[in-house]
Ligand binder design. Structure first.
Ligand code: ATP
Length: 316
């Protein structure tokens, strides 16, 4: 349904989105996950026709966004990062106004507003001023706005940003409900958010896609990998790498640090059905090294995400 190929965006000389490509099938709920500044908003703004790409192609239902911008905008519902509302308007008046500009016919208007009030939990606040609403309620009004013209494809930019835990659950539940019928792409910098809501996760970092896969598959493949941190005294990295790589199932040895007092720390990545701690320990015992620390952790989606993105975002 959605085809993105080599999509690129420069702000002056700065490349914010760097030749990304992906396809999204009808009915998928996809999370675009990445730290702050990764290029998520820029990508969504190009997909919704707000920004002109510097290069690359976007096709939605076989229509190119260059040749059919209006048709494509009609197929898309968009919840931007901060929704520009008219604060003084009542929720009902605002949504009625949106229904007119989105071309909902007179006969469909009332049933549509009723349906959206039900779907987004707005029934009790239809006659409140938008400026009086909490951030969570504002987001629900934004979702109703995005859903007004019954779009096939919904693009949501950080829909739970700044919400409290209860409001996050409410918005997630609405997205899940909508996701049963629509194709959704939404951005977030919170992994648990993407895990809880999406069929598939695309991880973006510094404008490039660094991972793309079904949420379950990413989780399963993460779980199959074990990491062992080993700290050694009197050891050179090249010798440690040579010896430990010889253990069947060890896929990689990476140097983590070397302290001033000569302690070398390496990380061994293991992909094996059996526990490799014993054969690794035997190798260390046979070498002239002093074992200072030995710690195993199971790889999770969380540490994959951190590994893929941490060099740009210290707070993530
Ligand atoms: P966040 O989660 O913080 O919103 P993001 O992943 O959505 O981040 P973008 O907003 O797409 O990231 O920004 C990507 C990069 O492009 C950042 O380095 C940002 O500073 C830069 N950038 C975004 N908009 C502009 C602009 N209008 N002019 C210049 N640089 C910009």
């Amino acid at each position: 349904m959605i085809h993105v190929e080599n999509l690129t965006k420069y702000y002056d000389h700065f490349c914010a989105v760097d030749q990304i490509s992906f396809d999204i099938s009808k009915g998928e709920v996809v999370g675009l996950l990445g730290p702050n500044g990764a290029g998520k908003t820029t990508t969504l703004k190009m997909l919704t026709g707000f920004f002109q790409p510097s290069a690359g192609q976007i096709r939605i239902k076989d229509l190119s966004i260059d040749d059919h911008p209006l048709e494509i905008k009609q197929m898309i519902g968009y919840l931007p990062e901060s929704s520009p509302f008219y604060k003084g308007m009542l929720v009902y008046d605002y949504l009625e106004y949106v229904s007119r500009i989105r071309g909902v016919s007179d006969s469909d208007r009332h049933p549509r507003l009723k349906y959206l009030a039900e779907l987004c939990g707005l029934k009790d606040i239809m006659h409140k001023a938008i400026g009086e609403l909490s951030k969570g309620l504002n987001q629900r009004v934004g979702l109703a706005h995005a859903m007004m013209n019954d779009p096939e494809f919904l693009v949501l930019d950080e829909p739970t940003q700044g919400l409290d835990p209860n409001q996050i659950v409410e918005i997630r539940n609405i997205i899940r409900k909508i996701g049963k019928e629509k194709t959704i792409l939404f951005s977030t910098h919170i992994l648990s958010e993407a895990e809880a809501t999406c069929d598939r996760i695309i991880i973006i970092n510094k404008g490039k896609i660094v991972a793309d896969g079904a949420t379950q598959e990413l989780k399963q493949s993460a779980g199959k990998e074990t990491l062992i941190d080993i700290s050694l005294l009197n050891a050179e990295f090249a010798a440690v790498e040579k010896e430990l790589s010889a253990v069947a199932g060890v896929s990689k040895i990476k140097q983590i640090s070397r302290t001033d007092d000569g302690i070398l720390t390496v990380k061994a990545s293991c992909r094996s059905e059996t526990d490799l701690r014993e054969p690794i320990y035997q190798k260390i015992k046979a070498a002239p090294w002093v074992l200072m620390e030995f710690r195993q952790e199971t790889r999770t989606l969380e540490n994959i995400f951190r590994d893929l993105t941490r060099h740009v975002s210290k707070e993530n």
